[in-house]
Design a protein around this ligand. Structure first.
Ligand code: MG
Ligand code: ZN
Length: 223
């Protein structure tokens, strides 16, 4: 009996700590958003697993958007500069954040990045989050839109396995659609799964590598 009681107390203590952490986390995100708004910068958080095509999608978007917006990109990565280098070839300002092991960006890390950018010289900021769909759901970074990238190469169950992330996203992009048949993924079913988790979400299908569907992504983001 005593052991069971102790366990109950431990459980409730954990929950209290979580609430505090998530309150602080969303506070930091709100502060970032306020800072961005103050400088007239629109920000988009791009989320997706490693290999889903985040960098490729951003490259394609940048190519189409850089004439209409003063654009900057923040590229989050655990240890490498590979993605930043790829985006730099499009001729826009890229700030690389190496998280040094952390598997997600958070409001504090992003704030440090924002402080290094001249926000008055930027209209649009695209942030490539660390490749991971679990913890970024719990760490809003303070952007106007969240774009969730799902690749058919990840199999047919990505939407139902990451409902928290799907619920928080404004736009879902189903990428590598040309590989759907080979991966035995039913695109319509995947899209229906996304919509069943989040009826408000915009869904776009792309082959980012080939530039297919990118204009639809841009439209879905209201850019
Ligand atoms: Mg990448
Ligand atoms: Zn993480």
């Amino acid at each position: 009996m005593v052991a069971a009681k102790d366990r109950t107390q431990n459980d409730s203590l954990d929950i209290v700590l979580d609430v505090d952490l998530s309150k602080r986390t969303s506070q930091l995100a709100d502060e970032n958003l306020a800072l961005l708004d103050e400088h007239g910068v629109r920000a988009i958080d791009v989320l997706g697993s490693v290999g889903s095509g985040k960098t490729t999608l951003i490259q394609q978007m940048v190519r189409r958007l850089k004439d209409n917006y003063r654009l900057a990109v923040i590229a989050g990565d655990i240890t490498t500069r590979i993605d930043a280098g790829r985006i730099e070839t499009e001729g826009v300002q890229v700030l690389q954040i190496q998280t040094g092991g952390a598997c997600h960006l958070d409001g504090k890390i992003v704030r440090r990045a924002l402080d290094r950018l001249d926000l008055d010289q930027i209209d649009l900021l695209i942030i490539e989050n660390v490749g991971n769909l679990i913890c970024p759901a719990a760490f809003p970074i303070g952007t106007h839109k969240r774009l969730l990238l799902l690749s058919v190469t990840e199999g047919p169950y990505m939407a139902v396995k990451h409902p928290v992330m799907v619920r928080q996203a404004d736009v879902a992009v189903i990428n590598k659609a040309d590989l759907a048949e080979a991966m035995e993924v039913d695109l319509q079913k995947l899209e229906a799964d996304v919509r069943s988790v989040n009826p408000q979400i915009e869904v776009v299908t792309t082959v980012a590598r080939a530039g297919e569907g990118i204009d639809d992504v841009i439209a879905a983001l209201g850019l």
